[in-house]
Design a protein around this ligand. Structure first.
Ligand code: CO
Ligand code: CO
Ligand code: CO
Length: 346
């Protein structure tokens, strides 16, 4: 029997995140632990927490798991693992060990599917140099999978959401559109070719992109996932107390993403993301509506968004393309704090 995991979910991957507004309200109610060794906590909405062990070593801790984002169990495992370790790369860390987090309906699906998901996770983790040393499974439908990851970082080399400086260029390493293309697939609108492109991009580790960031001593970065390009850009600009200006025409798109949005294929989560960002965002009067919605498209295992000194941008783009991020692009720049935190220009 051929199992299609996508038939089990309405929104898979990072689209399944709870709405950002709700999350913020809940997090506000929780006390922040104070400990001088906590170097990064949820205060800056960063990708991972960072805890100092000594002057030379800090741990980067993160977890991500989600329902299926593709039909094939093995590929689902690969994408979930690539997405989980990405938060360590976004902080400039080196992922080292991980635990499997799995929800699996053992009465509804053959155990072969379970094995294939884990196998995909293991293979991607080894590609990242990460050892999976345990995990936990509960019975649940639909299946969900991801990793809790521990990485190493030097306490003085942490890359955070708060590291953007006025004058910096904004660099994006992967094209966007995974949310749109996956929603389009459900409606039979996405071509095989575009689906394959999206799947390959979701499987691409952000590892060598992070190596480029480290080479140029980048201080501000995040990875693009469930809140969309604009949502994550906004979180970063807020944490850095600056304004971001993104030129939506410069944002690289996967395959026919634009055409699908133009034909009405806009996932519901894009509107939730838009709703969250709207009060802090200025939309150019002539901003194309399709590009506006693409800015809020939830990405699964998306690329890195980082800030680089303007004089380095061309060299960085060259390096990224050489490392296999051939769609890397400068998509905007950072300014002093303005009337709004994020500007989406045409
Ligand atoms: Co992240
Ligand atoms: Co995450
Ligand atoms: Co357990």
């Amino acid at each position: 029997m051929k199992i299609d995991l996508l038939t089990m979910v309405e929104s898979g991957g990072c689209s399944a995140k709870i709405p950002p507004k709700q999350l913020e309200e809940v997090l506000k109610l929780l006390p922040l632990s104070s400990d001088p060794d906590i170097l990064v906590n949820i205060d800056t909405h960063d990708d991972a927490g960072v805890y100092r062990v000594n002057d030379e070593l800090a741990l980067v801790l993160t977890t991500d798991f989600f329902p299926p984002v593709c039909s094939d169990p093995y590929e689902f495992g690969q994408i979930a693992a690539a997405n989980s370790v990405s938060d360590v790369y976004a902080m400039g860390g080196t992922p080292v060990v991980a635990l499997n987090i799995m929800m699996f309906p053992s009465a509804k699906l053959p155990v072969e599917v379970y094995t294939q998901i884990l196998k995909g996770g293991y293979d991607m983790a080894s590609q990242a140099g990460v050892r999976i040393i345990g995990g936990h499974t509960i019975d649940d439908y639909p299946p969900k999978y991801g990793l809790a990851v521990v990485g190493y970082i030097h306490p003085h080399k942490i890359i955070t959401n708060a590291g953007a400086q006025p004058g910096d260029a904004l660099i994006l390493t992967k094209p966007v559109g995974t949310g749109v293309l996956l929603a389009g697939q459900r409606m039979g609108m996405t071509s095989e070719e575009d689906l394959k492109a999206a799947t390959d991009l979701m499987k691409q580790l952000n590892r060598s992109g992070a190596d480029v960031m480290k080479k140029y001593d980048i201080r501000g970065a995040t990875d693009i996932t469930g809140f969309g390009l604009a949502g994550h850009a906004l979180k970063m600009a807020k944490a850095s107390k600056v304004t971001f200006r993104i030129n939506m025409k410069k944002v690289p798109l996967i395959g026919h993403t634009y055409d699908l949005v133009d034909a009405g294929c806009i996932p519901g989560v894009s509107f939730t993301n838009l709703d969250f960002a709207e009060p802090d965002t200025h939309f150019a009067e002539d901003l194309d509506y399709n590009l506006k919605m693409i800015a809020f498209d939830a990405q699964t295992s998306g690329g890195l968004l980082f800030c680089a000194p303007d004089r380095l941008k061309n060299m960085i783009i060259k390096d990224l393309r050489k490392e296999g991020f051939q769609y890397s692009e400068v998509i905007g720049y950072v300014t002093e704090p303005d009337r709004k935190i994020l500007y989406l220009d045409n």
